[in-house]
Design a protein around this ligand. Sequence first.
Ligand SMILES: O=C(O)CCC(=O)C(=O)O
Ligand SMILES: [Fe+2]
Length: 179
Amino acid sequence: MELKKLAMKLLSLMAKALKMKDEEMRDVFEEGMQSMRMNYYPPCPQPDLAIGLSPHSDGTGLTILLQGNEMEGLQIKKDGMWIPVTPLPGAFVVNIGDMLEIVTNGTYRSIEHRATVNSEKREALHRHISQRESSMETSVRPPAFSLLKLHHCSEERVLQTSSECIIPANSAGSHIWMP
Ligand SMILES: O=C(O)CCC(=O)C(=O)O
Ligand SMILES: [Fe+2]
């Protein structure tokens, strides 16, 4: 509940920064799905040869993350390089997800990230804040993304552009957002 309040506050500030209507942002995320996940990375004898979680972006609106036992592991990709996100005691990390990138018309970019492992265990607790289904039309013009039914784009086009397109996590693969 408190994390949802925090997420809505952050979303509201982003809406303000973008001169979007607050209600518009609330309409997308207030009644959306939320999920909680605990990731446990066991101690690894050869961390350099292993990966905890492969590179991805979150398909959500916002992810609020607490790096539990303050072990390093989370890395973001910036200018082609993996940068560690050093855990700060008691601090949350907030990740922008794909759906927020779409709603903000590409201004707030969804970040590619991964998790490495250590010779000691690591824990990370996540709260994902997602959109209400069928509420993804941005009022910003021109829209940077449009929703295509998958059968309208050839498999080749999807493959060519897959690093730039966004596949909604809950769409069972039937729709795709294209820039
Ligand atoms: O373990 C982490 O810090 C990141 C995990 C993550 O990115 C995810 O579960 O989506
Ligand atoms: Fe993630």
